[in-house]
Design a protein around this ligand. Structure first.
Ligand SMILES: *[C@@H]1O[C@H](CO)[C@@H](O)[C@H](O)[C@H]1NC(C)=O
Ligand SMILES: *[C@@H]1O[C@H](CO)[C@@H](O)[C@H](O)[C@H]1NC(C)=O
Ligand SMILES: *[C@@H]1O[C@H](CO)[C@@H](O)[C@H](O)[C@H]1NC(C)=O
Ligand SMILES: *[C@@H]1O[C@H](CO)[C@@H](O)[C@H](O)[C@H]1NC(C)=O
Ligand SMILES: *[C@@H]1O[C@H](CO)[C@@H](O)[C@H](O)[C@H]1NC(C)=O
Ligand SMILES: *[C@@H]1O[C@H](CO)[C@@H](O)[C@H](O)[C@H]1NC(C)=O
Length: 315
């Protein structure tokens, strides 16, 4: 009896120790944080890989909208039972309300909830200055931008050095932008550019440094008349060659095409009198005797005569 009891105590305490040590291994927090830059929101947390045999994580959030619906938590569908320790919430956090965000870790048989210490609002995103690359070629300024983001507007300011009051401001809608200084009536000289990112929903702004490029006057202006002259000469030569070739070509074509099927003689020599084919032999005519009431033979009519008249060709 005593033996059974001590065995029971030993087993129980061993179980307790095992449970407690397992529990002690689980950290109290996942150190959840969110990095939000240019309206991209990425949640991350520490890994429990070392503390658990198997582990996965589920990310949930609650904004004003979810809170109003019985204070429910919304699972982020892309981050349910995932193994990696980050989650892209860019699409999920789609309103300007405050969000509470939590990560549920399932570690073997235990679970651990960790909430982001502070609620998050996407208006707090860090707005970076636009990434821009400036090149110039033949009086054109080419500006390349990084990826354009939703909700972030980019305005590009361009001016001739020393004339910033007269800067032109262009809204960027494409990653590649061209500015033709001749078309804009600027001429050669030094041009300066500055791009500004604007986040409408928080009125944040961030600008690049000012960058300048030198646009040379075209030294190759004498080339234009020369090029035009060469072009005209070439066109004339081409026209001449084509003109020489055409009659020859058509003659050759004609002889080639017509050799196979000679025209009937009638069509070749049109001065010969036309041949008329007499229908008389083939024409089925019947002589009908129409007898009047007086039975006189003079009233015989020939149907053939009228039909012949219709068939005979003219002159
Ligand atoms: C969270 O951070 C603290 C301090 O930086 C660290 O001691 C703890 O181990 C971290 N939690 C996890 C789960 O790694
Ligand atoms: C989350 O990512 C940021 C930036 O990459 C990093 O500084 C931070 O240590 C990460 N947090 C954890 C818990 O790994
Ligand atoms: C991880 O996710 C799977 C799939 O839903 C689940 O069955 C399992 O219990 C989760 N927990 C761990 C520790 O793997
Ligand atoms: C977020 O959590 C805080 C405290 O944990 C609470 O006061 C607040 O109402 C929560 N907000 C939402 C939108 O759930
Ligand atoms: C503006 O953008 C630059 C470059 O991305 C960054 O280093 C800086 O911290 C940003 N400024 C603010 C106020 O966010
Ligand atoms: C720049 O502004 C001045 C004065 O406002 C004006 O006289 C001048 O024509 C402008 N230059 C250009 C290129 O628009």
């Amino acid at each position: 009896m005593l033996w059974t009891r001590s065995l029971f105590e030993t087993v129980t305490s061993a179980f307790l120790i095992a449970t407690l040590s397992r529990a002690a291994l689980l950290p109290v927090s996942l150190n959840v944080s969110i990095q939000s830059e240019n309206m991209r929101h990425i949640l991350n947390w520490s890994s429990l890989q070392d503390a658990c045999c198997s582990v996965n994580y589920t990310v949930r959030y609650q904004g004003e909208f979810e809170y109003m619906q019985n204070a429910r938590w919304q699972d982020e569908p892309l981050c349910v039972n995932i193994v990696k320790t980050e989650c892209d919430l860019t699409v999920a956090l789609s309103s300007d309300s405050d969000y509470n965000i939590s990560v549920l870790a399932r570690c073997d048989d235990s679970t651990l909830w960790t909430q982001l210490p502070k609620s998050f609002n996407r208006r707090d995103t860090v707005l970076r200055a636009p990434k821009m690359d400036v090149h110039q070629k033949d009086g054109q300024i080419e500006v390349l931008f990084g990826e354009l983001q939703n909700h972030i507007k980019i305005n590009l300011k361009i001016w001739k050095e020393g004339d910033e009051q007269n800067a032109s401001i262009k809204e960027i809608t494409d990653q590649r932008f061209y500015y033709d200084v001749w078309q804009e009536g600027g001429g050669g000289g030094k041009y300066c550019l500055k791009a500004e990112a604007v986040l409408d929903l928080s009125n944040k702004r961030n600008s690049t440094e000012i960058g300048c490029v030198q646009i040379e006057e075209p030294e190759t202006s004498w080339l234009i008349p020369v090029t035009a002259g060469v072009a005209v000469t070439l066109s004339l030569a081409l026209a001449l060659i084509l003109g020489l070739m055409t009659p020859r070509c058509s003659f050759w074509l004609r002889t080639f095409m017509l050799r196979k099927e000679p025209l009937p003689e009638v069509l070749i020599d049109w001065r010969k009198p036309p041949i008329f084919i007499s229908m008389e032999a083939e024409e089925l005519t019947q002589t009908v005797l129409l007898l009047g009431p007086s039975q006189e033979p003079e009233s015989i009519l020939e149907v053939k005569e009228t039909s012949d008249e219709e068939m005979s060709p003219r002159g």
